[in-house]
Design a protein around this ligand. Sequence first.
Ligand code: ADP
Ligand code: MG
Length: 321
Amino acid sequence: MKEFELIRQIQRETSVSYSAGFEHGVKLGIGDDAAVLEVPAGQHLVAATDTLNAGTHFPTDTSPFDIGYKCLAVNLSDLAAMGATPRWALLSLSLPQADPEWVQLFSEGFRSLAAAHNVTLVGGDTTGGPLSISLTALGSVEPGKQLTRAGAKPGDLLVVSGTIGGAAHALDRLLAGEPAIERDLLDRPQPRVKLGLSLRGHASACIDISDGLLADLGHVLKASGCGARLEIEKLPQSQELKQLADDLKWRYQLSGGDDYELLFTLPARHRAWLTNCSQQLDIELTVIGEIEKEEGIRCFRKNGSLYLPQDTGFEHFRSGQ
Ligand code: ADP
Ligand code: MG
């Protein structure tokens, strides 16, 4: 099979039909030297890209379906964190061999998520080499309405969606050769696109958690020039995590990665709105702390004592005082 046939197969098998009323804006898609896209009038283009390398960003036994799903999910998560509406994607595929069966499953995984979010694949590149997938997601946002990492203010609530730590726990079990549990948390993260859109005009800062809560919270604090207190016993946990000893659990929750949940800050006057938003979107939204003026992150137990996380490897962390 030639590169050209693979590209045709990808084009065929990833194509989605759109929700009623959705304008997909593709003037020229796959098949020419570049795509021509029409950004909706008065909106700005938002672009994100992420690469997944086999063995580094996903376990080598990950199914092609899940790889197709995840390469789009992690990028949609970045657009969600910006409060953008996803629209288009470009896919750079490096494959050890031209395997139509692999490509079919990969395309199914990709399409399952693309269809849910009206994303059109408009181009890419296909080469031979070690298994690696680079995806660029393009979306749009009204000028000035984007969410950023800067903007958190002392007194803002610190909020996280879903549960955290479960993906890192699932990965550790896999690497230890133990039976997979909650593997979907690792392979099928749900990009919080609707939540990101709802946060516009409410959240003061936002990021998606890909490198672990402390690391990603650190990025927000650095960009915003403030600090935070974290109530570690409030961190939302998956069913399996609840079974673990506290220290181990908190290590996954504070320093594990791959959650792809949104972490955002919210002026306290929006607290009632938050409850409403959680119900409307049917997404767990948990207040886990508060933004403070003093730089650094201070973690507290329920009884008010300070908790010093182990092995964070995290440069913005300061032991509280
Ligand atoms: P060029 O050599 O001009 O870059 P290619 O032969 O690489 O063109 O690609 C032909 C067309 O197929 C282009 O429109 C390109 O964007 C698209 N394409 C190539 N690989 C992929 C892929 N993996 N996914 C989606 N589109 C692809
Ligand atoms: Mg090319």
